[in-house]
Write a protein that binds this ligand. Structure first.
Ligand SMILES: *[C@@H]1O[C@H](CO)[C@@H](O)[C@H](O)[C@H]1NC(C)=O
Ligand SMILES: *[C@@H]1O[C@H](CO)[C@@H](O)[C@H](O)[C@H]1NC(C)=O
Ligand SMILES: *[C@@H]1O[C@H](CO)[C@@H](O)[C@H](O)[C@H]1NC(C)=O
Ligand SMILES: *[C@@H]1O[C@H](CO)[C@@H](O)[C@H](O)[C@H]1NC(C)=O
Ligand SMILES: *[C@@H]1O[C@H](CO)[C@@H](O)[C@H](O)[C@H]1NC(C)=O
Ligand SMILES: *[C@@H]1O[C@H](CO)[C@@H](O)[C@H](O)[C@H]1NC(C)=O
Length: 439
């Protein structure tokens, strides 16, 4: 029978399920479509194995998107620098005002009595020097603004960003049409070590919202009372450890379960069950809300400890919190959160003891739990929120550095981000999806 995938008809010979299992997992290159038997209603059941990224990557829109994203990124970065400098310079001018008045008075007295001008009054020279520096900085700022104008060229910044978002959603639409944007996890690829940095425990990520024009990478070292977030312009910059700015959070964090979603960092405040939303562009905390009943302060961590009581994450369906409470006897609860209010919209009790879990991540509304943070770990358990049902799984992955303290799925990159013993490691995932179409 034939499968209709987007505008393409794919007709395949009958493949028995046995044969399918033999073929699978197949080439990492592209995606595969299998046609299995007709279902009881006589409709053809097709099976598509992702990753399907490559198919859409050949789309000319993909290249265009990359260039536009980079442009928007360049402009955002420059705007941020201008923003920082402007506030710093304004602060400087404000602080200089009283000083200037004092200098004025002293200058008048020097005119009256030039002998008072001793080396002790070097301060005046310094002041003049800093005025010169300020002027140089303002010159730099003007140059920067001019270069931003050049970069943006004919486009308005907002328009550029809109175009990126439109392209990204069209590409995502392309993947949706193929029916492979969501599915059941069946395999985890070999790891790729992106960088070795930081201590044994930490967290790193990109924005998990779809669509997004954001290519920044954030890194948060440590699990105890940290406040410093490193922000890199792109993955390439993160790999080289260059082109970064820092954010100092007003409230310290606990654990490694942070997530960046729609330009904000969501994290668990140190020694509390309060969730904090920190907005990167405005550099402010915009929201705080207690996750009612959630255990904290290393009461119900993952197997590696580290105050990993509350794990925030995002998938194709939105924002989630994974945690537990005393009434739930330490079994993992998964709650869908409203990203605007941080209120719990719905919760599921998975029945899996949190302290026995290595890590947990969400893909397409299904929670996957590993059985250990050490070597030999497997994806051992899956809980489907769509059916409120669980199953045991046996999906191996290579735990190269033998100590995973963070593992999160990013739906935009379709990859697992992990922090493994001071290494930042990525895995691709294979999602298995069945397309039903009339055959
Ligand atoms: C963005 O900036 C980088 C480094 O300054 C430059 O190499 C690149 O060409 C710029 N990209 C675009 C699209 O302007
Ligand atoms: C101005 O920019 C140049 C080149 O980027 C840099 O070397 C210099 O330190 C800057 N000056 C000030 C005052 O920021
Ligand atoms: C629920 O989600 C899982 C995994 O994403 C999928 O395999 C399954 O078909 C879904 N079930 C229903 C009834 O939608
Ligand atoms: C993302 O944030 C913007 C404001 O920064 C808001 O207008 C938009 O609704 C948010 N989108 C989602 C899906 O939360
Ligand atoms: C958190 O745990 C530490 C160490 O066990 C303890 O000293 C501290 O009082 C606890 N704080 C809260 C708020 O429970
Ligand atoms: C994931 O797949 C893409 C496309 O095939 C590839 O470029 C990338 O290197 C892979 N990443 C990992 C971690 O294997």
């Amino acid at each position: 029978c034939c499968c209709h995938v987007g505008s393409v008809n794919i007709c395949l010979f009958f493949l028995s399920l046995n044969k399918l299992q033999g073929l699978y997992p197949g080439s990492e290159e592209g995606w595969q479509v299998y046609s299995t038997a007709s279902d009881p209603d006589g409709r053809c059941v097709c099976t598509v194995v992702a990753p399907a990224q490559n198919l859409c990557k050949r789309d000319p829109r993909s290249r265009q998107l990359r260039v536009l994203t980079e442009q928007v990124q360049n402009v955002s970065q420059s705007l941020e620098v201008v923003d920082l400098r402007t506030s710093r310079d304004l602060q400087y001018v404000r602080e200089s005002e009283p000083l200037l008045r004092g200098v004025d008075g002293r200058l008048l007295s020097y005119v009256d009595n030039p002998r008072m001008l001793t080396p002790k009054n070097l301060q005046i020279m310094l002041f003049c020097y800093s005025l010169g520096a300020l002027r140089a900085e303002l010159r730099n700022l003007t140059l920067l603004l001019a270069s931003i104008q050049d970069q943006v060229g004919a486009y308005d910044y907002e328009e550029l960003q809109q175009r990126v978002l439109l392209l990204e959603s069209r590409l995502h639409g392309c993947m949706n049409k193929l029916g492979t944007s969501c599915g059941r996890l069946t395999a985890v690829s070999s790891p790729i070590t992106v960088r070795a940095s930081g201590s044994r425990f930490g967290s790193w990520m990109t924005d998990a919202m779809i669509p997004s024009s954001d290519s920044r990478v954030w890194s948060m070292d440590g699990y105890y009372k940290g406040r410093r977030v490193m922000e890199f312009r792109t993955m390439a910059d993160f790999t080289k450890g260059q082109n970064f700015v820092q954010h100092l959070l007003p409230q310290p964090w606990a654990g490694t379960g942070h997530v960046v979603y729609n330009g904000s960092l969501y994290y668990n405040k140190h020694q509390s069950n309060i969730l904090v939303q920190y907005h990167f562009r405005s550099r402010t905390v915009v929201l705080q809300r207690s996750l009612s009943g959630a255990g904290y302060n290393n009461t119900f961590p993952y197997s590696w400890g580290g105050s990993s009581d509350i794990d925030l994450m995002a998938d194709e369906m939105g924002l989630w919190a994974v945690y537990t409470s005393i009434p739930n006897a330490g079994n993992i609860l998964v709650s869908r959160l409203d990203p605007v209010t941080l209120e719990v919209m719905q919760s599921w009790d998975t029945g899996f003891p949190k302290r026995s879990a290595g890590e947990a991540f969400m893909i397409c509304g299904t929670l996957y739990v590993t059985n250990s943070h050490l070597a030999g770990a497997k994806v051992h358990f899956a809980y489907h929120t769509n059916t409120s049902a669980y199953e045991y799984t046996d999906i191996p992955f290579h735990n190269q550095y033998s100590h995973i303290s963070m593992m999160d799925y990013n739906p935009r990159e379709r990859a697992l981000f992990t922090w493994n013993n001071g290494h930042q490691v990525l895995y691709n995932v294979t999602l298995f999806h069945v397309i039903r179409s009339d055959g």
